[in-house]
Design a protein around this ligand. Structure first.
Ligand code: HEM
Length: 188
């Protein structure tokens, strides 16, 4: 079975070099120079880490319908492509108002009012992504979601446009903590 629990470890080690760490909204995270990603079975308790964020991949909550689901699967790119040397780790927390909505109401905001998957699909051909849920791990995780993206340097502008479009959507009015961490993978 593929690993589902991942730790993102910010500190002084790891293959990814942090280029920028920006607060989009809410509390910042302490500075880190590098990032390592570990799957649960190998998660080291690094005493020097500036922070460790944990999340678990899960079933889909919103995209259950065709043809969108099929399109997402068909276009999904693998992580770890050699040419995708840029990455973004965007941890996100949504506020109480979001979590008090019913699943149907959240679905409406996500899909009909924000067009999240549709906006995302427009840039998917160049972007590999993995979504991790944190609330499934307990009540004390600092974020609700850890979003991870990998892309080639030439696609930086596409990624910026995507992020800007999503942040302008209604869904983002529920976001009360968000960091934007950009990284590059140094040649081995
Ligand atoms: C390739 C571009 C993208 C695509 C195709 C995409 C697609 C999706 C889909 C299909 C889901 C719902 C999964 C489900 O049904 O549970 C989702 C959730 C999510 N995405 Fe994206 N996304 C993209 C980019 C982004 C970006 C750039 C961000 C952050 C800036 C982001 C943040 C999130 C978050 C936080 C969730 C969880 C929402 C929730 O459950 O409340 N996505 N995305």
């Amino acid at each position: 079975m593929p690993a589902r629990l991942f730790s993102f470890i910010g500190g002084d080690t790891g293959p990814w070099r942090v280029t920028t760490m920006q607060v989009v909204v809410g509390e910042p995270l302490p500075a880190a120079r590098r990032l390592a990603i570990a799957s649960a079975s190998k998660s080291p308790a690094d005493p020097h880490a500036a922070w460790v964020l944990r999340g678990i991949t899960s079933n889909e909550r919103y995209v259950v319908r065709e043809p969108e689901r099929g399109e997402l699967v068909a276009q999904q790119l693998a992580l770890g492509r050699p040419e995708a040397t840029c990455a973004a780790l965007i941890p996100i927390r949504k506020n109480d108002a979001w979590w008090k909505l019913t699943q149907d109401e959240r679905q409406r905001v996500f899909e009909e009012q924000s067009h999240h998957a549709k906006i995302g699909l427009q840039s998917l051909p160049t972007l590999a992504r993995r979504l991790h849920h944190c609330r499934d791990l307990g009540d004390h995780e600092p974020f609700d979601f850890l979003t991870w993206f990998e892309y080639p340097p030439a696609e930086e502008a596409t990624f910026e446009r995507l992020v800007a479009d999503l942040r302008a959507s209604r869904e983002w009015s529920y976001v009360d903590r968000e960091m934007d961490i950009r990284l590059v993978r140094d040649p081995a």
